[in-house]
Design a protein around this ligand. Sequence first.
Ligand SMILES: C[S@@+](CC[C@H](N)C(=O)[O-])C[C@H]1O[C@@H](n2cnc3c(N)ncnc32)[C@H](O)[C@@H]1O
Length: 415
Amino acid sequence: MPVVYDKLFNLMESQKITSVNLMRKANISCNIISRLHRNDYVSLETIESICRVFNCHADDILDFNFHHQEKIQTADEKISERAEIQNRRYLGNKFKLLDFIKKVVEENCSEVETVADIFSGTGAVASAFAEKNIITNDLLYSNYLCNVAWFGSENVRLNFLSSLIEEYNQHKNFEENYMTENFSDTYFSKIDCSKIGFIREDIEKKFLSGIVTERERAILIASLIYAMDKIANTCGHYDAWRRGIIFEKHLNLPVLNVPAKNKNNRCFNENANGLIKHIKADLIYIDPPYNSRQYSDTYHLLENVARWEKPPVYGVALKPDRKNLKSDYCTLKAVDAFEDLIKNCKAKYILISYNNMAQKGNERSNARISDEDIFRILNAKGKVEVFSKKYKAFTTGKSNIRGNEERLFLCEARN
Ligand SMILES: C[S@@+](CC[C@H](N)C(=O)[O-])C[C@H]1O[C@@H](n2cnc3c(N)ncnc32)[C@H](O)[C@@H]1O
């Protein structure tokens, strides 16, 4: 379409009027805002309402540019940059194993209506059961928010969210904030730190003033997490950042391809051992960390931005205090925690992912629970079968272990 609203957006910027303000003042919907961002036609009534807001003529807010097609396409591409659930780098994520997991469930489990993914991480496994009722849970708030974004049952306004994301992506003003003060030119450039800090603060303000709802807030924060993950100056984890690097990629929030509405799913942010006492499901999927690497150490920066409590950070890796986020599954308490969890499972089927690292790696990567303990604990609960698949794990790059196998332990509970 040859219509171009660049003049309108320049006018809005010069008068510090955001899309949300314009929606209110001109009494137009978020759908119309998206159309304007896409340089689509809108009604003359809409043009009149906008002109009233700025006390201007139509040609002060739009142009017809018959040679603009190329530019429109570029703008469109930018708008439609989208992300799916798997577009995150996450240690131990099971996206590549979904076919295997689904096959094991389809061939061995019957009448599964509710699936609980209680160490859900990215939520990849829950996404394979999207047609069921889903329960997700993770100790990290950043994962909880991503899970709410993908699976939460609250209805959301997708066009409105797209226009907010578009606005965030166009934000150019530099400001000093928590992110620039603590992380400039480490994991992110100073400019991107400023943008991350601004966006995160703005999402919170919009939530507290009722402009966005709880799930909409989660979707915006999840989009920020996906964008940060894409450009972070790391090899996927935040134990260190690479020095002397030129920051070539810049922050660009994707529009997450989330459904506007889900089934009656439930998302939790609890210790799985506590939660298990209060939930029931036909199938409970258990994918705990299996070695001593704490996820709260690896993803402290995403967690910090998700929580936005702005704590002091320490050491070369700039980590905040994470005492409350330590998982027993990474410590010598792992066997007891696992035994307690299985005892309290109320499900017909319990499906467990547990890697066979045993004693193959270094001290940090060895599995915390031995096969003997897994069998002893599961046999006490029901009938056990094991399925396995050779698998190249996503590691932090330090380990190069051959013969790595991903195993699924399926336990059909007695009674
Ligand atoms: C192996 S990852 C799960 C990966 C996930 N299946 C996926 O595909 O993305 C283990 C997850 O368990 C979470 N976790 C660790 N201890 C936990 C606990 N006690 N309760 C709940 N979640 C925990 C971690 O934050 C991490 O996200």
